[in-house]
Ligand binder design. Structure first.
Ligand SMILES: NC(=O)c1ccc[n+]([C@@H]2O[C@H](COP(=O)([O-])OP(=O)(O)OC[C@H]3O[C@@H](n4cnc5c(N)ncnc54)[C@H](O)[C@@H]3O)[C@@H](O)[C@H]2O)c1
Length: 258
């Protein structure tokens, strides 16, 4: 029960990594407000989880790119949970393309969700956590894309690098009250990964098999691999971890470049 009585907001909590985090945090004794822009699957997941966890979990619709929607999310979480101890800023979108391909709409979508969304969430959740006697934790899902130049991923890579900078700034500005940390996943088996494989000349299963051979641990990451690390970072066991990013990539970033 690593997260017993921790009250946690998880954005992007209705799919992939975020959904695994919601399930794992609940299993570790947390109360969770799961948020996303997936209204139907959010309501379905709420119904399913409430059968076991009752009022310890609820779904809140939120578009993280919209400040009003993020403000509503934080207010709803505070009202229904009583207080907010931790915030997992996990919602994200992926986009392919070189710098020369991007339109203003692409910029608004990717930076709007991945970067502006994180700023809005920090702006409205950090003050809630600062008012707690025991403070809080702001956890961000970045990506190994923050540290590597993935071909034709200019905006996505830049958006994730911005998040790692934000984590360092939050850690310094709110030290003593709120810890700021990040998880940086490698290649994780989620709907986003499957979407990123569309349009290639091979079926997804074949692409995954090829990628697995190149990951030192010889498998894709599973959403639960991230959830377990995220739970540690949100727990009191990680009390001295602040302003840093934990890479969860099966060793990919440790590979030599040949
Ligand atoms: N899957 C990977 O290999 C991988 C690797 C590194 C980082 N990540 C990051 O992990 C996070 C979760 O991704 P995933 O792989 O689970 O993908 P996913 O597509 O399964 O989940 C993304 C979630 O974000 C939510 N979301 C998207 N736009 C939103 C918006 N405007 N407002 C609110 N919610 C919104 C979606 O509704 C969904 O719940 C993302 O930040 C992603 O960039 C994923």
């Amino acid at each position: 029960m690593l997260l017993k009585d921790k009250h946690i907001i998880v954005t992007g909590g209705t799919s992939g990594i975020g959904e695994a985090c919601v399930r794992h945090f609940l299993g570790q004794g947390a109360r969770v407000c799961m948020a996303s822009n997936q209204k139907d699957s959010g309501e379905e997941l709420e119904q399913e989880l409430q059968k076991t966890f009752e009022d310890s979990v609820f779904f809140q619709y939120c578009d993280v790119a919209d400040e009003g929607s993020v403000r509503d999310l934080c207010q709803a979480a505070e009202e229904r949970l009583g207080r907010v101890d931790a915030t997992h800023c996990n919602a994200g979108v992926w986009g392919k393309g070189k710098v020369t391909d991007f339109t203003t709409a692409d910029w608004e979508k990717l930076m709007g969700v991945n970067v502006k969304g994180a700023f809005w969430l920090a702006k409205h959740a950090v003050p809630l956590m600062e008012q707690n006697e025991t403070g809080g934790v702001f956890l961000v899902t970045t990506s190994v894309a923050a540290q590597t130049g993935f071909p034709e991923h200019a905006l996505y890579c830049a958006s994730k690098a911005a998040l790692e900078a934000l984590v360092r700034c939050l850690a310094v500005d709110h030290a003593g009250k709120v810890r700021a940390v990040a998880v940086s996943p490698g290649t994780i088996d989620t709907p986003m990964l499957a979407a990123s494989c569309q349009g290639w000349d091979k079926p997804v299963a074949e692409l995954y098999a090829e990628v697995e051979k190149r990951i030192p641990v010889r498998r894709l990451g599973q959403p639960d691999d991230i959830a377990k690390a995220a739970a540690f970072l949100l727990s009191n066991n990680a009390a001295y971890v602040n302003g840093t990013t934990l890479v969860l990539d099966g060793g990919t970033m440790a590979l030599p470049p040949w």
